[in-house]
Design a protein around this ligand. Structure first.
Ligand SMILES: NC(=[NH2+])NCCC[C@H](N)C(=O)O
Length: 255
């Protein structure tokens, strides 16, 4: 497993981001441009290259970042390295759906849209520049997603994306082909991981999430992993809340 750190929250550099594992590689860039999509494009291009190179070398990249949007780059790299039909699947652990759109969001938070973008929404924003092809909805599983906005509920009800509880995720629920395993740490109950940007109550424990992640890894098909260390800025540092959360995550997860 190659640990890659992308110390950003969207286009905001977070050099002190607390992550559970020591990275082998850190990817950062001077970001320039008029809008956020333009600014992240070269960063994501670097991440996609690193991921593709790593998979081709026989490794499983683990990409740690401060948000979930970098998943666009990880899946693009995976698709590029895959010598099968290129139809990667996605298993997405998150308290949220991340299937918002620019048209329906009320918060305006772009980090609420990445799963929708992986499924093909507005490819001109990020996907086209990376050569990312849409992931078919029936190859996407949303694990948890207990905090959905009304437009996300409507979209998921009409889509082929499957939604399961963490405890329900078994081998049969894992979609075919090489898998991109995505874990937004806010899937864990907010009470157990202080400092999250979007803490959500009523979720699984860290240890339940760790066990479900093991079941996905046991499929033997995980080709790349994304770990969203989605804590607030300001909780970081040696003895900060972010460091404590990173420690707890390291103990629970098998990476
Ligand atoms: N992965 C996350 N933390 N997503 C938060 C999204 C929150 C909310 N659904 C929004 O779009 O504003």
């Amino acid at each position: 497993m190659t640990r890659i750190l992308v110390p950003y929250h969207l286009d905001e550099h977070r050099p002190g981001l607390d992550v559970p594992y020591e990275p082998a590689v850190t990817i950062s860039r001077d970001l320039a441009g008029d809008d956020v999509w333009e600014r992240v494009a070269p960063l994501y291009a670097d991440v996609a290259d690193a991921v593709a190179g790593d998979i081709r070398a026989g490794a499983v990249p683990l990409v740690m970042s401060g948000d979930c949007m970098v998943s666009q780059a990880v899946v693009a790299g995976l698709q590029r390295a895959d010598d099968g039909d290129g139809s990667a699947s996605v298993v997405w652990f998150d308290a949220h759906g991340d299937v918002q759109t620019l048209e329906t969001t009320t918060s305006g938070y772009l980090g609420g849209m990445p799963l929708r973008m992986l499924a093909g929404y507005r490819p001109e924003l990020v996907a086209d520049g990376l050569g990312l092809r849409p992931v078919p909805e029936d190859r996407i599983v949303l694990v948890d997603g207990r905090d959905l906005d009304p437009p996300e509920r409507d979209y998921l009800a009409a889509s082929e994306i499957r939604q399961v509880f963490t405890a329900e995720l078994d081998a049969d629920a894992i979609p075919p082909g090489p898998v991109y395993l995505h874990i937004d740490l806010d899937v864990v109950d907010g009470a157990e991981l202080p400092g999250l940007l979007f803490p959500t109550p009523g979720g699984p424990s860290l240890s339940e999430v760790g066990q479900a992640v093991r079941r996905v890894l046991d499929s033997g098909r995980v080709a790349a992993i994304g770990l969203g260390c989605t804590w607030h800025e300001g909780v970081e540092g040696d003895d900060g809340v972010g460091a404590a959360a990173a420690d707890a995550v390291r103990r629970a997860f098998p990476f």
